[in-house]
Design a protein around this ligand. Structure first.
Ligand SMILES: [Zn+2]
Length: 264
């Protein structure tokens, strides 16, 4: 059993770290909350989303705060426009840019690269292979989950030399089966795309179905051969005092950051 996440503060900024990652000095990691920034409600306060209606100068300030907290400069960070697909980009020395374009997964083995993404209910998947020193970060909402984003990420890491059995994967804060009420579109997609859809829906309040996106991603990781999985079991919609939740805040909210990096 691997050690899970714990809440701490770095430079007065609250963030979660993964205890199992702490023993790797080359690794930089942070799962930020909504606190520690300068944005005003409904984006208060560490909003990293630049397309949600927040003041651009506040988002820029928050991004600088995030870079500083993880010990990186902007040129040492890489991100992408999240589009609910399953494209995974591999960052290499000759293609590294702060903005890589449209994708929902990033992997790299380059030292000095910090992968950054923004979330508010979709599942953050954080990958680290300590044997080959390969990292990955993915954004899996229900659409990405139906397309097996978790498995596609493992394949991308295998291309760089990873063995699935070596990869540690964190299923980060995302909307949980307690809150993720879904309609016919998601139920149908699950039955068409997932191996065990009957295990992933609950009906605690009658007819309405609640989807277990955490569980779907975990099943896909297991199918891909990953054995070291750390589910945070932290629901963004239950915890709007700590995280942004698109669903619980009816679309008027910000995005919290997740960073995984290899130090220079
Ligand atoms: Zn919940």
């Amino acid at each position: 059993m691997l050690n899970g996440a714990y809440l701490t503060t770095v430079q007065n900024i609250p963030l979660y770290r993964i205890a199992a990652f702490d023993e790797y000095p080359h690794l930089s990691q942070a799962i930020f909350t909504r606190h520690g920034g300068v944005s005003q409600a409904p984006f208060a306060s560490l909003n990293l989303g630049s397309s949600v209606g927040d003041a651009p100068e506040a988002v820029a300030h928050n991004m600088q705060q995030v870079y500083q907290t993880v010990g990186a400069t902007r040129t040492q960070t890489v991100t992408c426009y999240l589009v609910h697909g399953i494209e995974v980009l591999t960052i290499e020395a000759n293609n590294q840019q702060a903005m890589m374009g449209r994708a929902d997964g990033l992997v790299t083995n380059c030292r000095g690269v910090h992968l950054v993404m923004r979330f508010a209910d979709c599942t953050p998947l954080i990958f680290f292979d300590p044997v080959q020193e390969i990292i990955g970060l993915a954004h899996a909402g229900w659409r990405g989950t139906m397309q097996n984003m978790a498995g596609v990420m493992v394949t991308a890491m295998q291309r760089l030399g990873s063995q699935p059995n070596d990869i540690i994967t964190v299923i980060g804060p995302a909307i949980g089966p307690c809150c993720y009420e879904v309609g016919a579109e998601v139920i149908q997609a699950a039955h068409e795309n997932l191996a065990q859809p009957q295990t992933l829906f609950e009906r605690p309040h009658g007819e309405q179905a609640y989807f277990n996106m955490w569980g779907a991603n975990q099943q896909q990781l297991v199918t891909a051969g990953v054995t070291k999985i750390i589910p945070m079991n932290l629901c963004t919609a239950c915890n709007t005092s700590q995280f942004f939740s698109h669903r619980a805040e009816k679309g008027r909210t910000g995005r919290f950051g997740v960073v995984i990096g290899l130090k220079a």
